[in-house]
Design a protein around this ligand. Structure first.
Ligand code: F6R
Length: 262
């Protein structure tokens, strides 16, 4: 795992956009795993501005609420269409989000896993992190080898997403989510976290012991995972100085140290 610290949320989102753009240019048929949530808004704005060629790309979103239709503006399908898919040249048939209205949810989870496998697996998985330490909707005690399945959302997550539903008690209690094991099979993972509200959970996820109580700690075992944070989300990390040195000196990051051009 590597941790990269940028001064603020726009700079952190810009870096993730540039990492993703470089991978997409190198492999135009990239299989991209996508996340939703407030943290991703700046990133998707940036990707839309960059006018990248998504025409050969296939995407798989991490999760969807059970019981919400794809047309419901609070569904992750609708929010992805608005935040990214409608703004870039991706083929809508190449974009995949679990169907939260499927009559047989277990069959839907299996179908989703099979679809990822048939696409050759995920090349680049984008992640956020929840206050509960979840990646996707892998709430505390999610098995670190779990696959796509239905998961009950924790009270912490309901509180985190209450504003979208007009109260924590109105947030759907269940979601389909890729499992931790599914996520860990991605060839590359980039996690983006910004703001002071993420500082404590980022410190636990990155520098704490690996535990199923915080599914993001599994990322410590991944061979190619970068955690990109802003100063505020980095505030509780013990080894900040070391992480800053890496971005400022390691050759791998040299192209990304230069000022951004669209
Ligand atoms: C959503 C998802 C979640 C979010 C996380 C952070 O698809 O997978 O893990 O990334 O809850 O959400 P925000 O960015 O709203 O803080």
């Amino acid at each position: 795992m590597e941790v990269i610290i940028r001064p603020d949320a726009p700079a952190a989102a810009d870096l993730v956009a540039r990492i993703l753009a470089a991978d997409l240019r190198a492999k135009p048929d990239l299989v991209l795993g996508l996340a939703t949530g407030r943290t991703m808004d700046l990133l998707y704005d940036r990707l839309a501005q960059m006018r990248l060629d998504f025409s050969h790309c296939h995407t798989f979103n991490l999760d969807e609420y059970v019981g919400l239709a794809p047309t419901d503006p609070r569904s992750y399908r609708a929010s992805m269409n608005k935040a990214l898919f409608d703004r870039v040249n991706i083929n809508p048939d190449h974009t995949h989000v679990p169907n939260g209205l499927a009559p047989d949810l277990d069959a839907e989870c299996l179908r989703y896993e099979n679809l990822i496998a048939q696409s050759g697996g995920i090349d680049f998985q984008l992640l956020g992190i929840g206050q509960s330490g979840h990646i996707g909707f892998n709430e505390p005690l999610s098995a670190l080898q779990s696959r796509t399945r239905v998961k009950a959302l924790s009270p912490t997550t309901a509180a985190q997403n209450a504003a979208f539903f007009g109260g924590a008690d109105k947030v759907p209690r269940r979601a389909i989510t890729m499992g931790v094991g599914t996520i860990m099979e991605s060839r590359r993972i980039v996690l983006l976290a910004t703001g002071p509200g993420k500082a404590e959970i980022i410190a636990q996820a990155v520098e704490g012991p690996i535990t199923a109580m915080i599914s993001a700690t599994a990322l410590q075992l991944h061979r190619r995972c970068v955690v990109v944070v802003d100063n505020a989300a980095a505030a509780a990390l013990k080894e900040q100085e070391y992480y800053r040195w890496i971005f400022d000196n390691e050759p791998e990051w040299e192209p990304f140290r230069r000022p951004s051009t669209l």
